[in-house]
Design a protein around this ligand. Structure first.
Ligand SMILES: C[S@@+](CC[C@H](N)C(=O)[O-])C[C@H]1O[C@@H](n2cnc3c(N)ncnc32)[C@H](O)[C@@H]1O
Length: 211
């Protein structure tokens, strides 16, 4: 059983929130996603943020490795999805939601052609050595001009093992240096979370545009 399957199977899903992400609510309008466009949500879990996006008229395409997470998302929404195998993935869909179950990094290029994406706890869930492939997938699954909202989490990596893995602002600029524009919208100090024993923790919000 993989690390993530084990986390779902043992209900160790401390990242999941019962409320919408306040940074998304505040900054989503700032990225200027086209009205009614398709939004890609990589490593989506069963995030309620997908409902918030759908309520704003977006079609939502989530990518989630673990079947249990996909099933929980639809069950908790009271929806019975259609299920269809597609290559190495299983596509679940109902209403505004389509979730591809399988490795997000292995989804066939162009399966999704989103005009926007939303990353909360996705890039930080991956170690640095997997992030180049992650950014390449964002390129493969979005249209030119697509806009993304990225929420990061940064701390001294040597003080804690991930996930979440630290994603510092300089690394965001490095990973998105080719073929993307990066605009930092905010940076906040997460003093409340210092009880993890970390000497500092910050979270930044970026608008990223695929050029
Ligand atoms: C930290 S959780 C965040 C979930 C969601 N973004 C949220 O904010 O609640 C990361 C999720 O990514 C999934 N995941 C990890 N590696 C993945 C991969 N390679 N492809 C697709 N999903 C993956 C995990 O199963 C987990 O549900």
């Amino acid at each position: 059983m993989s690390f993530w399957q084990h986390r779902w199977a043992t209900e160790q899903i401390g990242w999941h929130r019962e409320v919408h992400n306040d940074m998304m609510v505040e900054y989503w309008p700032a990225i200027g996603a086209p009205e009614g466009c398709e939004v890609l949500v990589p490593l989506c879990g069963k995030s309620l943020d997908m409902h918030w996006l759908a309520e704003r008229g977006h079609a939502v395409v989530g990518l989630e490795l673990v079947e249990q997470g996909v099933k929980a998302f639809f069950a908790e929404a009271g929806l019975s999805p259609d299920r269809k195998e597609q290559g190495d993935h299983v596509r679940y869909s109902r209403g505004p939601f389509t979730l591809f179950q399988g490795d997000a990094l292995g989804l066939a290029p162009g399966t999704v052609q989103a005009e926007a994406w939303y990353d909360r706890a996705a890039m930080i869930a991956l170690p640095d050595e997997m992030r180049t492939a992650y950014v390449e997938q964002l390129r493969q699954q979005t249209k030119p001009g697509a806009v993304g909202l990225l929420i990061t989490y940064a701390y001294p990596q040597e003080e804690m093992d991930g996930p979440p893995f630290a994603l510092i602002d300089e690394d965001v600029r490095r990973h998105f240096a080719e073929g993307f524009e990066v605009d930092q919208l905010a940076k906040i100090d997460l003093e409340d979370e210092r009880d993890r024993g970390l000497s500092w923790i910050t979270s930044s919000v970026f608008k990223i545009t695929r050029t």
